[in-house]
Design a protein around this ligand. Structure first.
Ligand SMILES: [Zn+2]
Ligand SMILES: [Zn+2]
Ligand SMILES: [Zn+2]
Length: 353
């Protein structure tokens, strides 16, 4: 230290004394020059005592997470007992300032979605962009697994089976059960059993006589595909079922259906007239009021009989009858109506009141 006054360098302890204050530790110190001898007065100079931060302790930083606070890295000088954010000790900080607060979750909402028959749905949930965790609440307090959000597919619920296609003799039918989503399952309905009814089970024809066989009772969807004869020389058959006797003998007429089913009729062809072998009438006794009428129905066998059916009244003043069997009750009394076909005969007794 050099103390100068008016160009003259003063001598320590002769011209002045030096008094130090707080000059042991880091901080503000004072030095006072106290004039003595020829010199009087005091000059006090303040000065700083700095720490060289030569004993820095480093603490690693730690990143803050969504839920946990982190720490910035820092240095601690064990001499001056200060904290710094740099190793050189130029940026002082506090321990509290090194704390990095938890970031908090950054949540994205996924809306709920109902499950369908075939696709799974989900409950609403939130996903954190940072930590990737899943939460059932918007606040991100209730962590869940993604699997917990899954609502399983419901599967189809089919209703009752309903007939959606009727079976025919040719094709199976279909019964269908529907789910509300439009999906469906089907089961087959067996094809109908073929059936056929003919108005005759056998046929007696005279040579050249024709008879039309009538077909009824076919199962739905079925049809006659062909008529054929066992022998064209004995009997012929048209594709409309008209059978014609050709020569004395018997043969078989075959009717074939679309379903594949077949039915056969034996045909007897004879040279002579086809005669009535049986005769039936609808009534053998009849009571009518005067003025009323009634038609007797008759059945002749075979159906191909060539003998005519005739009607005759025993008293046409009481009861008259026409060629078609229609009876008129004309007057009170009784009469017999005789019905004939060839050698067969039936009687109906009519009482008029
Ligand atoms: Zn220090
Ligand atoms: Zn998070
Ligand atoms: Zn469904």
């Amino acid at each position: 230290m050099k103390v100068v006054c008016n160009g003259k360098v003063l001598v320590k302890d002769t011209d002045y004394r030096v008094i130090y204050k707080d000059n042991q530790d880091i901080g503000t110190a004072e030095v006072t020059i106290h004039g003595i001898g020829e010199y009087i007065g005091n000059i006090t100079i303040r000065f700083q005592i700095y720490c060289g931060h030569n004993n820095m302790l480093h603490t690693e930083g730690k990143k803050a997470t969504c839920t946990e606070a982190g720490k910035a890295e820092y240095w601690y000088c064990s001499v001056c007992e200060k904290y710094f954010s740099d190793e050189a000790g130029t940026k002082e900080t506090t321990l509290a300032d090194t704390v990095l607060p938890a970031i908090g979750h950054q949540l994205n909402k996924t809306d709920s979605k109902a499950a369908t028959c075939t696709e799974a749905g989900n409950t609403e949930y939130w996903t954190c962009n940072i930590c990737g965790k899943y939460f059932s609440d918007e606040a991100g307090t209730n962590e869940i697994r993604l699997a917990d959000t899954v609502i399983p597919a419901t599967g189809h619920h089919y209703g009752e089976y309903q007939l959606t296609k009727e079976a025919t003799a040719l094709e199976e039918g279909v019964r269908t059960a529907y789910c509300s989503c439009g999906a469906y399952v089907t089961v087959a309905v067996p094809a109908l059993t073929p059936s056929i009814k003919l108005n005759v089970s056998s046929l007696r024809l005279r040579v050249k006589q024709k008879y039309t066989v009538k077909v009824t009772g076919l199962a739905k969807g079925d049809s006659v595909v062909s008529w054929s004869t066992g022998n064209k020389k004995i009997a012929r058959v048209s594709q409309k079922g008209v059978v014609t006797g050709k020569a004395r003998e018997n043969t078989i007429i075959t009717i074939r259906l679309a379903s594949g089913y077949t039915k056969k009729i034996r045909v007897y062809v004879q040279k002579g007239l086809v005669k009535t072998t049986a005769l039936k009438i609808s009534n053998t006794r009849l009571t009518l009021k005067k003025g009323r009428s009634y038609t007797l129905r008759t059945t002749v066998a075979p159906v191909t009989s060539q003998e005519k059916v005739t009607f005759k009244s025993s008293n046409s003043k009481v009861v008259s009858v026409n060629a078609k069997g229609k009876i008129y009750a004309k007057k009170k009394g009784k009469a017999r109506i005789t019905v004939r076909s060839g050698k067969k005969r039936r009687v109906c007794v009519v009482t008029v009141k």
